[in-house]
Design a protein around this ligand. Structure first.
Ligand SMILES: [Zn+2]
Length: 268
């Protein structure tokens, strides 16, 4: 988290420069280009308690991958690996990865699964099997966190989604939709660091209103639910994340998409 805070401070410092002058016209000069804006953290919404939910993009390639660093506040093992992922993932020409840092900052602050109202943010999506309840919300997208990320996700229009979780029965990769190859690719890259990693096609319990159901079943897009072990060494989580995401992107570029972007990959 310190690295993220530092990035934010650096960006603010640049914006606050008293020497910034308009280049043309009467309005203030743009301080960052649209591309720079995407590659720095931007706020896409706020939690129940007003904490920012932040997004940024890595790469500019044609394959579009949406990655959520944390959704359950007591499962932040993958979140610790995001700074290293940002530094080390080199997919500029093949993919654009949109990172959501943490869509449940209130839960993370108190190490609880749900948001500040006790709603499980992975049961609050407008999937066909949503079920209202005190721990799932009164209606789909009843929570500000799911509303913000749903709008951002729809606007980004991903080809695949990856969400980081953790469990004491991990580590493994669960998936929904046409993601079997993708899950195998992530798990086999992860096994180079920790040979316990495997693929679990089913969580073994119902998950009504989950993001996996919305994206994988209802929208028919590949989605991985990455279940880190709990506890998990942060350096190990970083290594698994970097190589797993890289392998998943290579798998997608090798199998699923059309000649249009495959030819784009071959551009010098
Ligand atoms: Zn979880």
């Amino acid at each position: 988290m310190a690295a993220f805070a530092l990035v934010g401070l650096v960006a603010l410092g640049g914006c606050a420069s008293p020497r910034a002058k308009p280049i043309t016209g009467d309005g203030p000069a743009p301080l960052v280009t649209p591309h720079q804006a995407k590659t720095a953290w931007t706020t896409i919404g706020a939690s129940v308690q007003g904490q920012p939910i932040r997004a940024r993009e890595l790469g500019t390639g044609p394959l579009r991958v949406y990655l959520i660093g944390s959704i359950h506040g007591n499962e932040t093992q993958g979140l610790a690996g995001l700074p290293d992922l940002i530094t080390h993932l080199h997919i500029t020409r093949s993919a654009t990865v949109r990172l959501i840092e943490d869509m449940n900052p209130d839960g993370t602050a108190t190490r609880q699964r749900g948001n500040a109202r006790g709603v499980d943010l992975n049961r609050n999506w407008p999937a066909h099997n949503f079920r209202a309840g005190s721990a799932r919300g009164t209606r789909p997208l009843s929570e500000p966190e799911t509303r913000a990320v749903h709008a951002d996700l729809m606007s980004f229009a991903p080809d695949a989604v990856i969400v980081l979780h953790s469990t004491s029965s991990g580590p493994f990769v669960n998936y929904d939709g046409p993601a079997s190859e993708l899950a195998d690719a992530f798990a086999s890259a992860a096994r180079a660091h920790d040979d316990r990693w495997g693929v679990e096609p089913s969580m073994g319990y119902p998950t009504p209103g989950s993001l996996g159901t919305l994206i994988g079943i209802d929208a028919g897009l590949p989605i991985l639910t990455i279940e880190f072990d709990r506890p998990c060494d942060p350096d190990l989580a970083s290594a698994v994340l970097i190589d797993g995401v890289d392998a998943a992107i290579r798998s997608l570029t090798g199998s699923r998409r059309t000649a249009e972007w495959q030819s784009a990959l071959q551009r010098p």
